[in-house]
Every structure is written in structure tokens, then in C-alpha cells.
Design a protein around this ligand. Sequence first.
Ligand code: GLA
Length: 730
Amino acid sequence: MKRIIAFAAALWLVAAAHAAGKRIIEITTDDVSWIMMVNERDELTVLHFGGRIADPEPLLAWRSYRHADYGTDRMACPTAGGRNFRQPALRMTHADGDMNTELAYRSHAVERMADGVTRTSVELVDRKDAVTVTMVYTAYERENVITAHCEIFNGGRKPLRLHDFYSATLPVKASKYLLTHFYGSWAREMQVDRTLLTHGMKSIETRKGVRTTHTENPSFMLSLDTETFDENCGEVIAGALAWTGNFRINFEVDEFDLLSITGGINPYASEYELAGGERFVTPDMILTYSAEGAGGASRNLHDWARSHGVWNPSQVRPTLLNSWEGAYFDFTTETLLRMVDDAADMGLEMFVLDDGWFGREFPRNDSRAGLGDWCVNVAKLPEGIDSVARYAHGKGLKFGIWIEPEMINEKSELYRKHPDWVVQAPGREKTKIRNQWLLDLSNPAVQDFVFGVFDSTMQLSPHIDYVKWDANRHVESAGSEWLPDGRQSHFWIDYVRGFYAVLERIRAKYPDVVVQSCASGGGRVDYGALKYFDEVWTSDNTEALSRVFIQYGTNMIYPALVTGAHVSAVPNHQTGNSTPLKFRFDVASSGRLGMELQPQNMTGRERDFARRAVESYSMYRDLIASGDLYRIASPYDPDGLCALMYVSKDKSRAVVFAYCLKYRSRTLKTQLRLHGLARDRKYAVRELNVDKSRYWGDGRVLGGDLLVEKGFNPDLYKIYDSGVYYLEAQ
Ligand code: GLA
């Protein structure tokens, strides 16, 4: 965001102050229009969100769907009060006790933020009190994404109380609304849920504060005018909220069959006192529209994320060996050095030392002690971290390390010093999850400490290239010793703001360190975190069959560039299931590939295979990182086949993955129609990670038109059969 703001100097249009009758305010990208109108009552209303309309001016004459004295129109920022009867985006109690807010248009301004990025700010004012609401819409032209948030300013002298403070409202009119959203918990993140919306309210939300995406993910897809989900056809609106805390997205279908989507910070237990002169800035809602089905909507979001939404998008995310499932807490320097050797031997690019390396008086030899005491456990690693990191660098590998800086064990020197730093409600039980408590990041002293953990860890060695930032519990019995009694309800929001303040400082000092967001696996997968993190740990569930579903859901919204995917041992430590090594590699290779096992337990043949799969990954990893994703077959379809492909932007190369999720019968042939290829080009097709291909087209040159029309039909029928196919235009 900062980079964009730097360009903001180029202010290229400021529209007239003070409304002079009806007017159109248009926010556009290459293919999408978000059209608003200031009506005769000076209200800001939404007329359209969808395909581009070149000339919206005639819409000034558009007749409302409703009788003039029946409630409010489709407000861009519906408030509680006045005639509004829909879910308010903004609800407050004014200083004098008045519960009504009625916003009128005052002015708007359009700024060119960067090449292809335009920001429109619309200022609304309450008709009675000195409250200003600025709606901020940023259009990313090439990616067809528009982000929206609002800023609430108390221009009075006395404080007011905010109850609801959503980022944006999007009214949509269609005959049917099919909602896809993503629920899940530890080790089963981003499961797809789908429902046809009926009249009334449907909400997705979390109230966990931390590990917020271990309930629902703050994202959705909405297929319009249909009861069936389609990857390639039809109109789809997709959205995500950039907030790493409690969120809520409401889908309300009213008595006029109008759907209003209202998303933002969850108002749950979060009443916020806004002092005179204070401004409350909500997080961005990220919205896109595609007429090319869900696939088109995903590609828009991925393009946006890779240009604007994730930290350091052009940095190559290294392949890696992580020590966790291979060693857990049980290692010596010798164990780690052997792992480094093995990682190098298999062609991986980095070794990551996970949990268990720290603690002095309370060494971290299991989950019961040590969190908070971020100094090297010299009993375990007498030569320190640098010796391992240096060794890795000597072998041509990068080095990464695990921290969990927001957490504290009771058995820690930190707890002895700062018991007041723990999130707690005085007089109530401080419940533990995984034997740990949460530090209160609303407290600036705790923010300093958490920044210090990162900073001092980085000082352990000049060879640290990567940090895995974990967070293994959520909030219970919320309360802060730091916040005054009357402001306890600020806790949920101030925690997240404190978290971001720390990350700002870290990124100012360490812009190039690759930092992974982990929260017991995929508990912090959101575009708020990804502003600061390079990638996420998609799930603690490393079992390949489960991963097909988890990665399918995650990559609907988040690009494969950021989704860590590791090959682990069998039987799998989470599920007990055993899958072939090739299947495990073929699944992990569709994300940011890594391994997480003890290589010493692998046979020679397994290591040979790993070496080969890691090498073949290097042929197409740039497609995973920056190509267009096409989902060909859903793992949720009953025929038990999942397939996806990534195509380079210039359509000259592609990689196709296919996975058999059940026995599909020898008599049934797989047919996969490919997408995104140039019909008029010819592609050399090569199957990877096999000695003997089970596809007749392997080694041939086939037309793009043939691959799109007829597709290909590899011989995949047994459970865990899988294939990776590399296509290169001739
Ligand atoms: C969490 C993470 C794991 C691992 C452990 C270490 O569960 O998700 O990947 O880092 O913590 O304790």
C-alpha cells in the first residue's frame, strides 16, 4: 500500500465540492464498473457492480425499484437511522445519545495512485452532527479488482460510540444468488460450502481474534442467476476482507429480492469509543467481478494479489525442508546438520529449523515450556543457531527459523517478569490452549517486545533468510490489563492494530526476509496478513488426499505462490493415511513445494524420486508462481478426479496436474479438457515424475485446439494415481 501512496502525488482530478443535484460517480477497471449515483436527496446509492458500462450517464434517469417513500434506496453506506431498514454498515450513538445517522454527499475526489491504479474518495457528512464518512474505492484496472473501505471521522468535541463499522456494502440484484464460502478448522482448512441464498440474513464470521481463519475464511464467491457453480461460465462476484481479526460478512436478501453484501470488522463485543477529532479507518474489502465463472474471479484475485496484495510478490519462494514432522522437539546440532545435508542432496533450496530451539531456564523440549524466552537453548544447540545457518549457507542452502512471538508459557522467565502482559479478564480463569497464553498486543510495551523477538532472532545469525511466524491459540476470556475499564471492548480491534504496527516495523527493517504466516497451519490466511507476509502455511494437515481439498479451496481466493505445501512421511502423522510418494509430490508441487520429514528414514529409491521431482519442479515453478490457474475437475465432484493447470501469461507454457481420489474403474477413461491455451499453437507434451508414461500423448506435439476441444485422457483410475504434464509451445 505504501508503495502506492508514494505515487499519490499525482492528483489528477478533484470533483466539485457540494452537491449540485444528481450525479454519477463511476469507478472502473478494464472490464468492471461500479457505478454510484448521488440522488436528489444527496444520498450515495449504488446502481451497478458488474460488467463495464462505457457510458453510465443515462442512468441518472434510472427509476428506483421502490416506491419513493418506502425506505432508503441501495445505499453505498447504509446507516442505522433515518429510513434505512437494511443491515447498517455504520451504526453509532452520537454524543447527545441520538442513535440515527443520515449521510449526505459532500464531495468526491479521484486520484491516480500509480500506473493502472485509481482511487476515488467520496465524502459523506451526517445531516445533523459533525461526523464525516469517507468511502474510499481503489480501482486496479488491469486486475479488475476494486477495494473499498471507509474512514469515520468524529469532527465534534465529545466522543461518540461506534457499534457497527463495516468496510463496504455492495447491493446486487439477480434472480438467484449461489454463495460459496470456506469453513474449516485445524487440519481441515478452506473446505468448500455452498448455499443458495434465501430471504433473510446469512453471515460468515469469526470471534476468535487470533487463528481467525480456523472457522471461516473472510472470503467468498457469489455466482449470479444460477443454482450451479461453474468454473468457466457465468457471472461471479468474489470478495475477501483484508483483516487479521474478527470479521463478519453479511449476505442479506430483502423483500425486494435485493442482496446486500456488507463486510468488515466483526462488531461482536467491539463497541468503539471515537474521541473528538479521531478517525477510525476500516480494513479493505477486496472485490472482483468476472463473466468467466469462478475461474475468472480467482484469476483476477490472484493477479491482484501478485501485483498489490502480498508482500514481495516477485521474490522467489524457496523450496525447503522443514524440521517439524521429521524431528519435532527432539534434535541436536548433529540432527540438524544431517537434515541440511539431506535437503541439499535432494536439491531443495532451504532448511527451516522449526519449534524447539530456545529457552534457558525453561527449555522448550515440549509444548509446556519456554514460549517467551527467545534465547538459544545451549544445552541442545551448544554451538548456537549461526553454526547451523552457516553450515546451510556453506551447502548452498538458505536458512529459516521458527518463532511464535505473541505467545507465552506459564513456565517461562517472561511470565515471571510480566504476568500482566497476558490476555486475561481479572477474576476469571486464564484458560490455556496448547499449554499457552496469548500476549496482549494492544499494549505498546508488548508490541515492543514482539518486535524485539523478531529483531533479536535475526541477530542470532547473519544467515537467516526466512522466518516462520506461528500463533497456536486463539482468544478466550478476552481482557486487557492495559486498556482502561471503559475501553475493554477495544481489545479485539486494538490487538490487530498492534499486530500490524509490529509488522510495519519488521518490514521497514527486514524487507527481504521471507516471512511465513502460520497459525496452527492455516489459521491466519487472509489478505490483511499477506500485506506483510510472503506466504502462508496452508495447513498442518500434510496428508496429500486431504491437501487436494485444502489447496483447492485456498487457491480459489489466494494464489499458489503463497501456499506452502510439503511432502511428509507415511503413515501421515495427522490422518494415519498412507499415500504413494509420487502422489504426495504431485500434490505438493502444485503449491510452493517443500518437504517435512526425516530424510534419513527414506529409502534410496525414495530419495532418487524426490531428487527428480524437485528438479522437475524447477521447470514449471514460475507457472505456479505467476501463471493463470484453471481448475479442470473439482475434488468435490463425485467421479473422484481432481485436475488443475497453470498457464503462462503468454500461453507458451503450461503445467497440468491430475489426481485420482478414489478407484474410478478400469473401464472408465479420464478425459480432461484443457483451458487457457492458444488454439492456434502446437504444444510439446511431456509427462513428468514417471519412468513410463500412462498417457499416449506423452512426447508428442499436439495442437492447442485439440487439447482444448478433446483434452487428454491419461490412464488414471486407481486411488492415488496422479500425473504432472508439462506443455511447451513449439
Ligand atoms: C504449529 C505449526 C506447525 C509447527 C508447530 C510447532 O502447529 O502449525 O507447523 O510449527 O506449531 O510447535
